[in-house]
Design a protein around this ligand. Structure first.
Ligand code: ACO
Length: 325
């Protein structure tokens, strides 16, 4: 029986020009390049310029994804932006992206699942495509995480960076086997009882401020390895594949030790892990599409290969997606 699959036809990315090194941060907070590298694997991160908004990053990534898909903004009928650092409380950043791209009137909204946002957004877009409500969907992960940093808290301000990644999804009727192209399986999770481990201490209906990111790093770390492994196994079961059979593992880029720990726990060869955390740091919902775009552009990821995406973030949320390019 044939099924309608959402196939990734283009991938794009954008990083702000401004680079902040560990040594730059050591000038404003009590830290060192050696500590940050050893504990996180991070060497540098990108930071938005004055006047550069999350929608600007999103639009740049979107234009590249559209070009690589051979599409124009006029072809779009759905835009979903996964972000926790939107331009304004409202409208949705997706609506701002629609305006800036000059796309026609279409369906546009944001998904807020913090670092898991891109995986959540892919699954939402997949539903629209499967229902025939979208024939050319733009899914973006875009963040200006540096705007949420408390630059007196060395435990968090060294971990995050800014950027955006985007994919174009288009419907394709496929035989309905694990050899199909497209999004093949998902697992999405949220445990709100763990809110206090990772959150922003501001918001429109509480403090009326934007707030700063707060994190109990060690506890998040412990949950990350266990939760991610469970989510990945569930997504692989949904897709009907073995985790070890994937060609590439594209984890959310939070910490090199988490990436390696999860790969080890899942029996995934380290050579299959796409890693950008050293140069991008944690860009929340943008980290997976940024990593994917880099590995597609440099030719590591080839059409037809099986990819495993996973993320975990504030909520706590976590999830995974299996797709064949
Ligand atoms: N520079 C120097 N020392 C530091 C720094 C720093 N930047 N940050 C913390 N320290 C110190 C601490 O104060 C502590 O000192 P003390 O022993 O004198 O009290 C010591 O280093 C050890 O601190 P820990 O927090 O135990 O360090 P740990 O090895 O756990 O590393 C880290 C901290 C990197 C934050 C780690 O716990 C981590 O990566 N956690 C997970 C983060 C994550 O994955 N988040 C995912 C989602 S993010 C999202 O969803 C938005």
């Amino acid at each position: 029986m044939s099924v309608m699959r959402s196939v990734v036809t283009g991938v794009g990315a954008y990083l702000p020009a401004n680079i902040v090194t560990n040594d730059d941060l050591a000038k404003i907070v009590d830290t060192s390049d050696a500590w940050i590298r050893e504990r996180t694997g991070i060497v540098q991160r990108h930071k938005v310029a004055e006047g550069e908004a999350t929608s600007d990053l999103a639009v740049a990534a979107a234009r590249q994804a559209l070009e690589r898909a051979g599409r124009t903004p006029a072809d779009l009928d759905l835009i979903i932006v996964a972000t926790t650092t939107g331009d304004l409380t409202f409208p949705a950043t997706a609506a701002i992206v629609q305006r800036k791209l000059g796309a026609p009137v279409l369906i546009a909204f944001d998904v807020q699942a913090v670092c898991s946002g891109f995986v959540y957004a892919l699954s939402v877009a997949d539903g629209f495509v499967a229902r025939g409500m979208a024939r050319c969907a733009l899914v973006i992960g875009a963040e200006s995480m540096t705007k949420l940093m408390d630059y007196t808290d060395r435990g968090t301000c060294v971990l995050f960076g800014d950027g955006a990644g985007a994919v174009i999804l288009e419907p394709s009727e496929q035989p309905g086997t694990t050899a199909d192209r497209g999004l093949l399986g998902f697992a999405l999770r949220c445990d709100g009882t763990k809110q206090d481990l990772l959150y922003v201490d501001g918001g429109p209906s509480t403090t009326g401020t934007v707030g700063h990111l707060r994190m109990a790093g060690q506890q998040v770390f412990r949950h990350a390895v266990v939760n991610i492994a469970e989510g990945v196994e569930a997504a692989a079961a949904d897709a009907g594949i073995e985790v070890a059979s994937v060609d590439w593992f594209i984890p959310h880029q939070a910490n090199l030790r988490i990436l390696k720990g999860v790969a080890h726990r899942l029996g995934i060869d380290e050579a299959k892990v796409i890693c950008t955390v050293d140069r991008h740091a944690n860009t929340s919902a943008a980290s997976i599409p940024l990593a994917m775009a880099e590995a597609v552009a440099d030719g590591r990821i080839q059409p037809g290969q099986l990819l495993l995406l996973e993320a975990m973030g504030g909520g706590l949320t976590w999830g995974a997606c299996v797709l064949r390019l």
